[in-house]
Design a protein around this ligand. Structure first.
Ligand SMILES: Nc1nc2c(ncn2[C@@H]2O[C@H](COP(=O)(O)OP(=O)(O)OP(=O)(O)O)[C@@H](O)[C@H]2O)c(=O)[nH]1
Ligand SMILES: [Zn+2]
Length: 307
């Protein structure tokens, strides 16, 4: 039987089968994925094949190739990657320009990392009911910037319901990763999209966690109108540690386009002669905030080499 892993704690996996049933499974014996050293061989979002025994127990026997996956920022000491989720159709980065303010550096780091993971991103600007005229002007500037680069943007209010139908359409029949700073309204948006979401989560956890001390890695919330949302504490902003300096510009689509005209093909776009990127920033074809974020990641990657 085929299914998708919707929750995982320890060696226990909740699999939703094609006919909508939820089955609790174990991974079979020494289940290991080829080529990846990971703390958990099977993760939320994995497409798996399960075998169910007459006594009701079920085992995952096969896992299909992943189209993408995200890894928790691993410490340099550990060679094992902690994979948080796989097969993500789109990430929603929930952003507020106030209460709390999300910095453009944070947004751009997230976008660059998502590019590296090959996960499309839609920006969701929440709490629009709270913004004054200045905030709105700033917000419209941000939306113009990111839409021009190619990132879709939505404006929402979990409080008034504005923009929620567009959001619902956006996530329909997809596996969506919800990310963003603490307090921007991720849980509130989930609760508006799926009325009984928190109750459902509670029920599953209570059933399994009785008397045990396992950690919930990730789980998906089923949206009745179609789709799943992955809401995982560890992925508020994911790390960029594994990038090499020359690669970073590949993850800024508009910077990458200009970089092809730099004199040196290993140009880092700092102060090299005839750098087409620096020139494009000066001429306002590339936004200064995006360029600052690029330099910020570059600095971080350079530092991490010496740690
Ligand atoms: N006015 C207004 N308040 C909102 C909106 N969305 C969320 N809030 C409020 O913002 C606060 C934080 O919302 P949460 O949904 O807990 O934020 P979160 O992103 O899930 O935060 P973490 O769980 O810490 O990551 C709560 O008091 C919400 O009621 C909105 O669109 N408008
Ligand atoms: Zn350059």
């Amino acid at each position: 039987m085929k299914g998708v892993v919707i929750k995982n704690t320890g060696n226990t996996y909740w699999v939703r089968t094609e006919n909508g049933e939820e089955i609790v499974c174990q991974a079979k014996g020494n289940f290991r994925l080829k080529g990846i050293r990971s703390t958990s061989p099977i993760v939320v979002g994995d497409h798996v094949i399960i075998d169910q025994n007459p006594d009701g127990t079920a085992f995952i026997t096969e896992i299909e190739d992943r189209k993408n996956y995200i890894v928790r920022r691993a410490s340099n000491l550990s060679k094992q990657a902690h994979i948080l989720a796989a097969n993500i159709d789109e990430a929603l980065l929930c952003v507020t320009v106030r209460f709390p303010e999300t910095s453009t550096v944070f947004i751009d780091r997230f976008l660059a990392t998502a590019e590296a993971y090959r996960i499309p991103v839609c920006l969701v600007f929440n709490k629009i009911d709270l913004y004054d005229e200045d905030d709105k002007e700033y917000l419209d500037g941000l939306i113009y910037l990111y839409q021009t680069i190619g990132y879709p943007c939505l404006k929402t209010s979990a409080e008034t319901g504005e923009g929620i139908e567009a959001l619902r359409e956006r996530i329909k029949n997809k596996i969506t990763l919800l990310a963003g700073h603490s307090g921007v309204g991720k849980s509130s948006l989930i609760n508006v999209l799926q009325k009984d979401a928190s109750r459902k989560i509670g029920k599953i956890s209570d059933y399994h966690l009785k008397g045990t001390h396992t950690t919930t890695f990730s789980e998906m919330i089923n949206i009745d109108t179609g789709g799943y949302i992955i809401d995982t504490p560890g992925i508020k902003g994911f790390g960029t540690i594994d990038m090499i300096p020359q690669e970073i510009s590949h993850y800024f689509p508009e910077i990458f386009r200009f970089s092809k005209n730099c004199r040196y093909n290993n140009c880092l776009h700092i102060n090299e002669p005839d750098c087409a990127v620096v020139k494009a920033v000066e001429n306002h074809y590339i936004s200064e905030s995006r360029y600052r974020s690029y330099l910020n990641i570059l600095e971080d990657v350079n530092e991490s080499k010496y740690r």
